[in-house]
Design a protein around this ligand. Structure first.
Ligand code: F6R
Length: 643
């Protein structure tokens, strides 16, 4: 039995809080690739903004900037500091005498306009008194720019966002909130904005349409940010804004104005995230920390959800009655990237164990395929962030056709969580590294639980259920055991990380894990890698094999073992080096391989949990050895909220 320590209690509180949000509905379009923060209060504003931006950096890291009002604004303009590159570059560029008492900040993932100093936010109007930070895309910016230029506005950037401060200036008559309200009537597209005016000390006005904006309520201080992580160090009380709302903040209060221009009363939400959960702690990188958190994060995903007595699963948030569950004739899963790989594992498992036909589809493909929604189908949208545009839009498209969609999400109150018809929170805790690791194994846990529940309603006997539930409960321990291979994997990574290409091969339920291993290696080490079904190898990829191209094989001890071993022999016969992640005690495969990484023996259906771990470590150590920025790999952002 799991001991209820402070961490688990924390996770239980976290879950109670999150389940409350699963049912909140809205019809919003999120675009949060950048991060924004605003602060009004007695602390040193530049320090609060920099600290918030540091925590938001995983949202985008092309450039960053802040604008502050206060004593150091001696020339009748807001003080603006921007820098290309990471927050550390902005910190280094910060003048020692900056002394603002309120301000806004932004970290950018470039969409419109190159990565330049000029294009970094905040953007200002021609008087230098109005500054704006923006998340999202203003679709009619060209027309607005032409109109504003005719009125004499001088544009200094290539961004779509710059139209916003100029528009606000056109409407400004001494009241920033009124000017923002009028300006946003002209905007088409998505935005989460925060604005300040030099002549209105302490005031920050925000507005949202499709990009998240959250008010942080402190004592004698207020925050506005795109993400809780930006302010969790200062307050645990937040208020979520909805689309079409505007918020007017000073250091003591906030007021929300709805679409109908009426004041909106909204209660604050208590956040139970611990600051430690978004810090690296003793680890050099978030990714390593998150890999090593997996025994705990998987235990959280499973906690309270296994009904040992009835050998089934309890999933409170599905919002489906027993007859609806029993009548599910097909499962369809939509997701992107790593979440799609979790969905693929889920589809194998559901078919194999619960005998429900299941398919995992790339969200970016399904949306444009005019998908068929069958009456008895049940859909899942899988997303760590709950904000991925491809997944969100695909979900909306199938919902429009009548689909019931369950979300499998990590982030509390995220759009997919709010707009889906029910779902399963995976409780990984905040995942900060851009490359997803602990969210993946928790997504797997959600699918294993759902499979247990579905199978027990159908073909699975109580004895089989007891066995399956027992194997599931032993996953955290099995992953902890696998993590002991850390140093061994590091040595192998050091030896092979200079290779230019890798193949990752697996069969059956391990095929998606091969895809995941290749994706992890590509995204953080920039080494080209392909994931293939080991059975498919001889239909093409085998042409790539040479002594310079290592293959990483996943070898189970199930009915596919012999076939996979034959595939290894085919590679060895052509001089290709072979690294095997296999089952402990498999001396035959170990002897065949150049390198062998054992995982503990279990029911073969559960190897996805353990076999992905050495692949995560391998990618991590290759990237480290090659001097890559592991947590913030080039060109990527944590939440991909544009199509
Ligand atoms: C890979 C990775 C991405 C995400 C994908 C979907 O490590 O992180 O492939 O899995 O962008 O993101 P979510 O799960 O937030 O929808």
């Amino acid at each position: 039995m799991l001991k209820v320590g402070p961490r688990l209690l924390h996770s239980i509180r976290f879950r109670v809080l999150m389940s409350k949000y699963w049912i909140i509905k809205s019809s919003i379009l999120e675009a949060i690739m950048c991060g924004i923060i605003g602060y009004s209060g007695p602390r040193k504003t530049s320090t609060v903004l920099l600290e918030g931006l540091r925590r938001l950096e995983y949202r985008g890291y092309d450039s960053a900037g802040i604008a502050v009002g206060g004593k150091s604004c001696t020339d009748g303009k807001l003080q603006v500091v921007k820098e290309v590159g990471k927050i550390s570059a902005l910190r280094a560029a910060m003048p020692a005498d900056i002394d603002g008492s309120w301000g806004i900040g932004h970290t950018r993932w470039a969409t419109h306009g190159g990565v330049t100093h000029a294009n970094a936010h905040p953007h200002i109007d021609n008087s230098g008194k109005i500054a704006v930070v923006h998340n999202g895309i203003i679709e009619n910016h060209t027309a607005l720019k032409t109109m504003l230029q005719k009125k004499g506005c001088v544009f200094r950037t290539e961004t779509d966002s710059e139209v916003i401060p100029h528009l606000i200036a056109q409407y400004y008559k001494g009241d920033l909130a009124e000017a923002v309200k009028a300006a946003i009537q002209n905007l088409e597209g998505t935005y989460g904005i925060a604005c300040i005016h030099l002549d209105e000390p302490g005031r920050i006005v925000g507005a949202r349409n499709g990009s998240p904006l959250i008010v942080g309520v402190g004592v004698g201080e207020m925050f506005l940010a795109s993400d809780i992580t930006a302010m969790v160090a200062y307050t645990d009380k937040v208020v979520y804004l909805n689309d079409g709302e505007l918020v007017d903040i000073d250091e003591h209060s906030y007021s929300i104005i709805g679409k109908d221009e009426q004041k909106v009363e909204r209660t604050t939400n208590q956040i139970t995230w611990e600051l430690g959960s978004i810090e690296k702690g003793d680890y050099p990188c978030h990714m390593e920390k998150e890999i090593f958190e997996q025994p705990e994060s998987i235990a959280r995903a499973l906690s309270g959800r296994i009904d040992a007595e009835n050998a089934t699963a309890k999933l409170g948030g599905l919002n489906l009655d027993r007859s609806r569950l029993l009548n599910v004739g097909r499962v369809k899963i939509i997701a992107a990237g790593t979440s799609w790989h979790a969905g693929l594992v889920g589809s194998y498992l559901l078919e194999q164990v619960a005998r429900i036909p299941a398919q995992a589809e790339l969200a970016s493909e399904i949306r444009y395929r005019n998908p068929v929604v069958e009456r008895d189908s049940l859909w899942f949208a899988v997303s760590q962030s709950g904000e991925t545009a491809d997944s969100l839009f695909a979900m909306r498209e199938v919902q429009r056709k009548g689909a019931t969609v369950l979300g499998i999400c990590n982030v509390v109150g995220s759009t997919i969580a709010r707009e889906s018809d029910g779902g399963i929170y995976v409780h990984s805790g905040p995942e900060i590294a851009v490359a997803s690791t602990k969210a993946f194994t928790s997504q797997l846990a959600a699918f294993y639980l759902f499979t247990l529940l579905s199978a027990r309603m159908r073909n699975m006997s109580r004895e089989e259920g007891i066995h399956f539930a027992g194997a599931l409960q032993s996953v955290p321990g099995m992953v902890a055991e696998t993590l002991k291979a850390r140093d061994h994997v590091q040595r192998i990574a050091k030896k092979y990380c200079r290779a230019k290409d890798f193949l990752f091969l697996g069969r059956g339920i391990l095929y998606p894990i091969a895809l995941e291993g290749a994706l992890k290696l590509k995204e953080i080490s920039y080494i080209h890698a392909e994931g293939c079904s080991a059975g498919e190898m001889k239909h093409g990829p085998i042409a790539l094999i040479s002594p310079e191209v290592p293959s990483v094989f996943l070898v189970s001890d199930d009915y596919l073992r012999e076939k996979t071993i034959s595939n290894i022999r085919e590679i060895k016969a052509r001089g290709g080096p072979v690294i095997v992640v296999g089952v402990e005690g498999d001396t035959e495969t170990a002897a065949l391989a150049d390198e062998f990484i054992p995982v503990p023996k279990t029911d073969p259906r559960f190897y996805p949990f353990s076999m992905v771990v050495p692949l995560q470590l391998f990618a991590y150590f290759c990237a480290l050895e090659l001097g890559r920025d592991v947590d913030q790999p080039r060109n990527l952002a944590k939440s991909v909220t544009v199509e």
